[in-house]
Each structure stands twice: as structure tokens, then as C-alpha cells.
Design a protein around this ligand. Structure first.
Ligand SMILES: [Zn+2]
Length: 434
């Protein structure tokens, strides 16, 4: 074999054929970019072996909602002074005329390096199609081609200024699909009226159905409880038979909606197979801005949707761009924030937050061969933690990242990480040098 990872702990449910916990861990055999064996004490040898020594091995992190055309542009041409969503959109508008393809590609590739180092091997990125030059589209299609050997980059045609409101946006969107963009995007709450918003949802879903494409809209990213485009999105999904292929991103207005209305909405979403993406770092930062106190959190109803059988994932959304000054491509940081904002502090809830940045997100992207079983793609992350909850707690170091069967990144264990007993697990530096 090419590679064997020995004595790995797997996420709960990842290898149901073995009773958990398997004290000695599981060995994972890899050949020609695929997982070929998953069993205790695998009797085989390989050119390269990694001893996980009881640490967690998981399928890679998946970011289902990102903006790679804007990432790492923090401070260009100025910083967002108010920190609001609308100033961010205005700032992005100021930056757009100055974008060059080279700079955009360079920033995106740098971000992909950060992502790989953090075990993030699949990203769905929105790309703004409102610039008629489609410069960002060309750049990200090129980035997608260049990173394809080690990272799955899926692109969404995103009409940032509104597909109806921005002249020519629908034509640009169709051109971007012809250029290699994968998914149809939208932003109904940014159209001029509620009616225009609903009309944009119909238009875009019909186009996606015609073309056999997936849909992922920025939907109801607002504190307005009457922003209800998710209802139209679910109804159109149902009408057009797009079940399982449509996602509503953000859905922050649901935070403020009437409870009775939500009790009708969630079954409609479930019936349509519409998935949801919350972006905890960004939602907690941008929503509730016009409140005094008490101040709303603004994140959508994550545990309630999960309980209703709706697939919910967490996205990073932004890293060092007009909307968010922080971030580093760490999906464990995203899960950590989501867990807190949603108050998902029970054991099942904490594990569900890990799923929200791994398997749930992979389902939204429609990734094939995602998982730890013979036949799956050999994309794996060895974490400096024993289980998913500890991984979130410590934002655990990615000791090794394997993509398409090859080790693409390694990192040392965090030297000051505390063991469960509260003692330093591995401290090999001097606190008080002589
Ligand atoms: Zn977004």
C-alpha cells in the first residue's frame, strides 16, 4: 500500500462495523488515492506509515459557504468602520474596480494554502457575477483548476447586487455558468422589494432546474422577521423537483421570526429537502446591529432545524475581507462559535457541531467518496485530540493532512495543550529559562 495510518480513533459512527470505542484504534490502508482497508491490526505494509497513537482521524473539514474573491483583502481600499453588512457591501463595491486578476488569484491561492494546513479540503465559494468583466469569475475558475489536485473548490454564481436590481446580472450569471461555475446563487433580501425578492427566487430556481444545477442562495440575511424568502425557496424547490439540491445560506431572519410561523416553515423545508447553512462567526458579528439592548444574536435556529430533520452545516463565510477582519480558515473555530451561539452544549449537540463542519457540509456540496470506508477518497485529517468534542475544545492541531492519498501538511502537537486531567500533556519548553 502507499500509506497506512495506524491506531486511529474515528468519529462516532464513522466505522459502525466496529464496536466503539475500539481501544487499540483502527488502521486505515490507502492505495492509489483511495481508502482500501479500515480494520484493527491491518496485516499489510506500506511505503509510509503514520502512528496516530489513539488520536482522532476524521474525513476533512468542508466549508460550505465562503467568499474567495474577497478573502485576504482586509484594508483594501480601507477598513469597514461601522462593521456592518451594508458598509461591507459598499466597501466591496469600492474595491471591485481596482481588482486585478493576478492579485485575486494570489490571495485565493494563499487562502487555499491556509485551508490545506487546517485540514480544510473542500470549499464552496460564492463569486460575485455583477461585474460585467467577470474578472473574479475568470480568476476563481483558474484557481479551481490549479488547486484541483488537492482541494475541491466548488463555485457559486453570486449576484451580490441583486439579480433583478443589478442591470445585466442574470446574463452575467449565465455566462459564468458557461465558464465553469457550478452552482446558482442569489440574494433575494437585497432586491428592491419583497415581491422582487420572491421573483428572483423563482427565476433562479427555474434556471437551475433547466440546467440541472444546484442552488445556494444568500437568503434572509437580515434581522427582519418578515424577510421570508426561505418559504419561497422551499416552495419553488418542491414545485420544480429540486429536492436535496437547494440550500438557504444564513437564514438569520429566522432568529427573529414568530414561533408559530417557524413551526410551519421547518416542515416545509424538510419536505423540500432544503439544506441550511449558518455562518456563526459572521452572523454573531453582523446581525443585531440596529438593536440597543437586549441585542439579538441573529444566528438561525440551528438545533431546531436539526431536530426537524433538516441538514444544517456551518460556514466560515469570510476571512479578512470587507465584512470580517479576523479568521484563519479554521473550521474548528467556526464549530466552536456555532456551538456557543446555538447553546449546543450537550454531548450530542457538541458532536453535531463537528458534523456541521464535516459530513453535513459534504452532503450540501454533493461530495462523492466522502468518509472513512473502503472505496472512499483518501482525504483525511489526523487531529491532536481523541474525539470530536476535544477537537473543538482545543481547536486541535492538524498533525497530518492527507489529500488524494498523499500527506500534504504536517504540524507539531500544541505543546501547551492540557490533558483531560488538567496537567500539561506535553511541555517541552522552559517557562523560566536559566
Ligand atoms: Zn456569504
Amino acid at each position: 500500500m502507499d500509506l497506512i495510518i495506524r491506531r486511529a480513533m474515528l468519529p462516532p459512527g464513522a466505522a459502525p462495523q466496529y464496536k466503539e470505542p475500539v481501544d487499540i484504534g483502527i488502521d486505515i490502508g490507502i492505495e492509489a488515492g483511495r481508502i482500501v482497508a479500515v480494520e484493527p491490526k491491518l496485516a499489510a505494509s506500506a511505503r509510509e506509515e503514520i502512528d496516530a497513537a489513539g488520536s482522532l482521524v476524521t474525513p476533512p473539514f468542508v466549508d460550505p459557504h465562503f467568499h474567495m474573491d474577497a478573502t485576504l483583502s482586509y484594508g483594501l481600499p480601507r477598513v469597514n468602520a461601522s462593521g456592518t453588512l451594508l458598509e461591507g457591501i459598499a466597501l466591496w463595491g469600492e474595491l471591485k474596480p481596482d481588482l486585478t486578476q493576478e492579485a485575486l488569484i494570489e490571495r485565493a491561492l494563499q487562502y487555499c494554502d491556509w485551508a490545506v494546513a487546517r485540514g480544510l479540503l473542500a470549499i464552496r465559494s460564492h463569486v460575485d457575477v455583477c461585474d460585467p468583466r467577470l474578472l473574479a469569475v475568470e480568476a476563481l475558475v483558474e484557481v479551481k483548476r490549479r488547486v484541483a489536485p488537492y482541494l475541491d473548490l466548488q463555485l457559486v454564481a453570486f449576484p451580490q447586487d441583486g439579480v433583478l436590481r443589478s442591470p445585466g446580472a442574470f446574463e452575467n450569471l449565465k455566462r459564468s455558468i458557461a465558464m465553469g461555475v457550478d452552482v446558482v446563487g442569489g440574494i433575494p433580501h437585497f432586491e428592491r422589494t419583497m415581491a422582487d425578492g420572491a421573483q428572483s427566487v423563482r427565476l433562479l430556481c427555474e434556471y437551475a432546474a433547466e440546467q440541472g444545477l444546484r442552488v445556494d442562495m444568500h437568503c434572509d440575511e437580515s434581522d427582519d422577521p418578515m424577510s421570508r424568502h426561505i418559504e419561497t425557496l422551499a416552495a419553488e424547490t418542491h414545485r420544480l423537483g429540486l429536492h436535496g439540491r437547494v440550500t438557504g445560506s444564513h437564514l438569520t431572519s429566522m432568529h427573529s421570526m414568530d414561533n408559530y410561523y417557524v413551526s410551519k416553515l421547518l416542515p416545509l423545508m424538510r419536505e423540500s429537502g432544503v439544506a441550511a447553512i449558518a455562518n456563526p462567526l459572521i452572523n454573531i458579528t453582523l446581525q443585531g446591529r440596529s438593536d440597543t439592548y437586549p441585542k439579538r444574536r441573529g444566528m438561525t435556529r440551528v438545533p431546531e432545524m436539526m431536530a426537524a430533520g433538516i441538514n444544517v452545516a456551518f460556514g466560515h463565510d469570510c476571512v479578512m475581507d470587507p465584512w470580517y477582519s479576523l479568521g484563519s480558515g479554521d473550521m474548528l473555530e467556526v464549530a466552536h462559535m456555532g456551538l456557543h451561539v446555538a447553546q449546543m452544549t450537550g454531548v450530542d449537540g457538541m458532536r453535531a457541531c463537528f458534523d456541521a463542519v464535516t459530513v453535513n457540509a459534504a452532503r450540501i456540496l454533493g461530495l462523492e467518496g466522502y468518509g472513512i470506508a473502503p472505496g472512499c477518497a483518501a482525504n483525511l485529517v489526523l487531529l491532536d485530540a481523541r474525539d470530536p468534542v476535544e477537537a473543538i475544545r482545543l481547536r486541535a492541531a492538524r498533525l497530518a493532512v492527507v489529500s488524494r492519498g498523499k500527506v500534504v501538511s504536517r504540524a507539531p502537537a500544541a505543546r501547551a495543550a492540557l490533558s483531560l486531567e488538567g496537567r500539561p500533556a506535553q511541555v517541552d519548553f522552559k517557562l523560566h529559562p536559566d
